[in-house]
Write a protein that binds this ligand. Structure first.
Ligand code: ADP
Ligand code: MG
Length: 375
């Protein structure tokens, strides 16, 4: 058995009636801080994932262990436990999903489960959504419960809100479910319509972790969301998605949302048309807007973007909520290794930080595995 599958079954005492599920992390190519303003995003599911093995329990408890993090989830399968206060902290994400699925009508079937994730934690590649979606699939399966994909994504998003109190958008959960190999997804976060768009063969997707965890993301996130909602209310539109550029020209944060939505749609057009030259400049414009207008970048993320471009990336930008975490770049395939190693070396020389640069592949969204991971 593959080592990760062995580590998972080990946590379950070598159980034999296991069913396996996986959900990927994601990287967002363009469209950050737009999802919760009903806007557009363009992420891909990546080849880093959370794998869960589960079997039924007949005492109405949901027990989950993690290979990476100590402590166990132990909550009532009917969602009675308050997600925001259960311990350990990571159990809140699972408890949130248990509660959200119970609210959606899932019967209170218990499970014994263990998980292992290769999505870096707290880096902006959405290890949290990978975990939520993988657990949700295991919970739904154990209860014979089915939800349409968009509703399952909404339930997992709701679970994250219950767990963290951060009013995050639905992008992460939706792409974890709907990702497709070799494709990115253009998602309309109002309707949850998602269009799969092929990625260009000649460009690789490179992720660079800045070596600094995301900080301040929760409070700054909630504050920015509330700011944007106030502007929308003042303008008399349902969400910033509906504001014109003229209406927000003098308001940097709202301006970011409006211009970022335009960039996402232009980026999607460029992908469909095979106009790879346009992609890089849209990513750079997105980064500048996140830095200057939305104010969620850091000096390290700015430096990483500059160095990636200096060494040959077609474009780069911070990805995810910002305040640390990762940068994403599109790089001519033949140059990926050179761009990564030169950037990491210069970044270390200038910041003293060890960045981790790795290529990611676009993969299919979450689902049941017919055999243990890799077996
Ligand atoms: P991101 O989603 O960008 O990785 P978040 O802060 O949203 O960052 O979510 C990270 C949290 O998700 C972790 O602090 C932990 O609570 C939970 N988590 C993610 N992966 C695991 C794992 N393998 N085992 C236990 N908890 C995990
Ligand atoms: Mg997250």
């Amino acid at each position: 058995m593959e080592p990760r599958a062995a580590a998972i079954t080990d946590r379950l005492g070598g159980a034999t009636r296991l069913r396996w599920f996986r959900a990927p992390g994601r990287v967002n190519l363009i469209g950050d801080h737009t999802d919760y303003h009903d806007g557009f995003v363009l992420p891909l599911a990546v080849d880093r994932d959370c794998v869960v093995a589960a079997q039924p329990r007949d005492d109405g408890r949901v027990i989950v262990r993690s290979v990476e993090v100590a402590g166990a989830v132990n909550v009532a399968a009917d969602g009675a436990d308050e997600p925001a206060v259960v311990e350990p902290v990571w159990a809140r994400y699972a408890a949130g999903v248990v509660r959200a699925l119970a609210d959606a009508g899932r019967a209170p079937a218990g499970i014994d489960a263990a998980l292992s994730s290769t999505v870096p934690v707290g880096s902006g590649l959405s290890s949290s959504a990978a975990l939520e979606v993988a657990i949700a699939l295991a919970l739904a399966d154990a209860a014979g419960f089915r939800l349409p994909t968009a509703e399952l994504a909404r339930a997992c998003q709701h679970g994250e809100h219950l767990a963290t109190g951060v009013p995050s958008g639905v992008m992460d959960q939706l792409v974890a479910l709907l990702g497709r190999a070799d494709h990115a997804l253009l998602i309309d976060c109002r309707t949850l319509a998602a269009e799969r768009i092929a990625l260009p063969d000649e460009l690789a997707v490179l992720v660079l972790h800045s070596g600094l965890p995301r900080t301040l993301a929760g409070s700054a996130y909630a504050e920015r969301r509330a700011d944007g909602e106030r502007v929308a209310a003042r303008l008399g539109v349902p969400a910033l998605r509906d504001a014109s550029l003229d209406a927000v020209r003098d308001e940097p944060r709202a301006r970011h949302v409006v211009t970022e939505n335009q960039r996402v749609l232009q980026f999607a057009d460029a992908l469909r048309a095979g106009d790879t030259a346009a992609l890089g400049s849209l990513m750079l414009a997105s980064h500048a807007s996140l830095r200057d207008d939305y104010a969620v970048s850091t000096p390290e993320l700015d430096l990483a973007v500059d160095l990636l471009v200096e060494h040959g990336a077609a474009g780069a930008r911070l990805t995810g909520a910002g305040f640390g975490g990762c940068v994403v770049a599109l790089v001519p395939r033949a140059q990926v290794r050179a761009v990564a190693s030169k950037t990491v070396a210069r970044y270390r020389a200038e910041t003293g930080l060890d960045a981790d640069a790795f290529e990611v592949q676009a993969v299919d969204g979450a689902g049941r595995l017919t055999a243990p991971v890799g077996a």
